[in-house]
Design a protein around this ligand. Structure first.
Ligand code: GDP
Ligand code: MG
Length: 163
């Protein structure tokens, strides 16, 4: 069976943008409204000749904040159960939030391998923003920009190492 990689994180950090970049096509819906990923979405991907299944997670609709939170947690739980490797995405321009902390707490309880992707590092200007994410206790943050397609090779190198 192909390894499964799940992309988790709070709404609007760029999970679907990252998913589409890795999938090489636009499958997930990217919206400025937080939480818009209409279901769990799967795609097959490949890096360095290693094939894997990728899962994008997110809320169903932009409901009230507490519902988004519940949705996100449930989706993340399912993804954590299913996945071999989890990519935990955070927003390097916004910094650590209480929701990031909650997701980190969930992920630290699993025995699954987790990679911390600090997204929206669009230019050199943001490169030092990654350091505060060490506080999440998930390990070394990898700076990426899904929007600008930066750092994705380095991220995927780390992902396939864990299969
Ligand atoms: P999701 O809710 O986590 O799936 O996030 P989306 O992929 O829908 O993206 C949320 C917003 O962040 C959209 O406006 C994206 O265009 C934007 N975004 C995604 N990746 C980046 C990035 O690397 N840099 C910047 N500046 N914006 C990004
Ligand atoms: Mg999404």
């Amino acid at each position: 069976a192909k390894p499964v990689v799940a992309i988790v994180g709070r709404p609007n950090v760029g999970k679907s943008t990252l998913f589409n970049r890795i999938a090489g096509k636009r499958i997930s819906i990217v919206e400025d409204v937080p939480g818009v990923t209409r279901d769990r979405i799967y795609a097959e991907a490949e890096w360095l000749g290693r094939k894997f299944i990728m899962i994008d997670t997110g809320g169903l609709e932009p409901y009230a904040q507490d519902i988004i939170m519940q949705q996100m947690k449930r989706q993340a739980e399912i993804a954590i159960e299913t996945a071999n490797v989890i990519i935990f995405v955070v927003d390097g321009q916004e910094g650590v939030t209480a929701t990031d902390q909650e997701v980190a707490n969930m992920l630290r309880k699993t025995s699954k391998k987790v990679i911390l992707a600090c997204n929206k590092i669009d230019s050199q200007k943001y490169k030092d923003n990654i350091y505060e994410f060490y506080n999440l206790g998930i390990g070394e943050p990898i700076g990426i920009s899904a929007g600008q397609a930066l750092g994705l090779g380095d991220l995927l190198d780390e992902v396939v190492k864990l299969f």
